[in-house]
Structures are given as C-alpha cells and as structure tokens.
Ligand binder design. Structure first.
Ligand code: URA
Length: 249
C-alpha cells in the first residue's frame, strides 16, 4: 500500500496558515498557554505538527482552514510592509482593514517603494511566488538619480555584483531621459532585500523613485493608489500556474 506522505509544520506556522493571526501573534498565544495539540498544552512555537493527523486547538476551539483570500494592494510610499511597528508608523495593514482574516504579505516593498503588493493566507502560493527558483518576474519603474548610459543599463541587465552575490539576468528598458535623470523599467526574477536600490548603487547611481508595476501576470491597472481589490478566480489560477504551486498548501 502506498504510504501517505506526512506533512510537518511548526505550530506557529499552522496557526498563522489557518488564518488565526500573524506568526508573531501565534507565538505569543503558544507562549501564553492558549494552544493545545491533541489535547496537550504545548508552549513551544517550533513544535512539529503533523498537519493531517494532529488536532490543534486555540482557546479550546479546533482550527478550521480559513477561506482563501487574495488581496492586491496599490501600496503608497510611507507604509511599512510589516504587521506591527514598535514605532507605530503606518503599515500596509492599515490600508486593508476589516478583512476578517489574517493575510500575510507576499514579499516586501520598502517604506519608500510604492506599487503592487499581494497579501494572502494561501501560504502555498505565497511560498511558490517568493521562491527564487520559480523565477516569477517582478517589474519596477525606476527614477534614477543620474543619466544612465547604455553600458550601465547593459550591466544591470547582465548582472551586477552585490554583497550577497551577482544578480541574475534582468530585463532593462530605458523609458526616457529627462534633464538629469533616467527613467527605466527593470524586470527581475528574484526578490532580494532592497535589490533594485542596491543594483542601481552598483552602477554608481541611486533610486529616487521606485514603483512595482507588475508581479507575474498581475498589474496595477484600474487600481488607485492606496486601494485594494480581491483577485479573480482566473487571476489566482494564472498565478498558481506561473508559480508552479500545488492546489493545496
Ligand atoms: N527592490 C528594492 O530595492 N526595493 C523594493 O521595495 C523592492 C525591490
């Protein structure tokens, strides 16, 4: 008989995946003794849970798989991509109130970056999108602090040396030169921390303005800055196909 594969996840992850709250919240509930696994109190967030067999309860109530939500937000600059900020600055969660479920951000945009940000409680899809091996294209519009030569654009396209290694080939298009600045569009297949800003620094320029305009097949079309909408079923299916994600996560 074919043996069923065991899917093990840490307890904090199981709670956040079920849409109960963020992982930070989950860790504090676990620490505060509100969570049981198979009727036994567990206070270690890294406790392994067999997703198919173990029963997890929060305040005595079994977890149920939350309805999947997929939120496309046009993030303005000045909002942090984090759930809670100790300094109480605005976060992207201030822009999507009342969803009724916790959705995590798929990757991050810097405080000063605006543009397309996806939030979801479908962790399988989120992981597939952020996995650099899946090479999901992300397109950014950049205002550079200098005029960039064709050679500099070629360098960005071929790959530049960053502190965490050479960047993978990108697609770079000059949009226009205006006075002292070059506007360009860059599509990268990875999503390292502050990658576009660091790439521009590597060719002796700087990012003055950064907008993410596209993620896979998703665009900001029809969405005003600061607003959000849910993805259509077709968009989710398309994204899942591009990212090579399995239906169930
Ligand atoms: N690259 C950056 O440098 N910043 C972002 O926010 C996204 C990509």
């Amino acid at each position: 008989m074919k043996q069923q594969q065991r899917i093990l996840k840490t307890l904090d992850r199981v709670l956040s995946k079920a849409g109960a709250g963020s992982r930070t919240e989950a860790r504090s509930w676990i620490g505060n003794g509100r969570v049981k696994v198979n009727g036994k109190l567990v206070q270690t967030p890294d406790h392994w849970v067999d997703v198919a067999r173990d029963t997890v309860t929060l305040d005595g109530k079994p977890l149920t798989q939350a309805e999947r939500r997929y939120v496309l937000l046009y993030k303005p600059k000045g909002y942090l991509t984090t759930y809670r900020d100790p300094q109480h600055r605005p976060t992207v969660y201030d822009l999507v109130p009342g969803l009724g479920q916790f959705v995590g951000t798929v990757g991050r945009l810097d405080l000063d970056t605006s543009g397309l940000l996806l939030l979801t409680n479908d962790n399988g899809l989120a992981e597939a999108i952020t996995n650099p091996e899946h090479k999901i294209p992300k397109t950014y519009l950049v205002k550079a602090s200098t005029l960039l030569s064709d050679e500099q654009l070629d360098q960005l396209e071929r790959g530049v040396e960053l502190s965490d290694g050479v960047t993978r080939p990108a697609v770079v298009k000059r949009v226009r030169d205006s006075g002292k600045y070059t506007f360009l569009e860059i599509t990268i297949m990875e999503g390292r921390n502050r990658q576009v800003r660091r790439m521009l620094e590597a060719v002796n320029s700087k990012v003055l303005k950064l907008v993410r305009t596209r993620l896979g097949s998703l665009t900001l079309e029809g969405l005003q800055i600061g607003k959000w909408r849910e993805l259509t079923k077709a968009e989710v299916a398309g994204l899942r196909k591009t990212a090579g994600a399995k239906r169930k996560s």
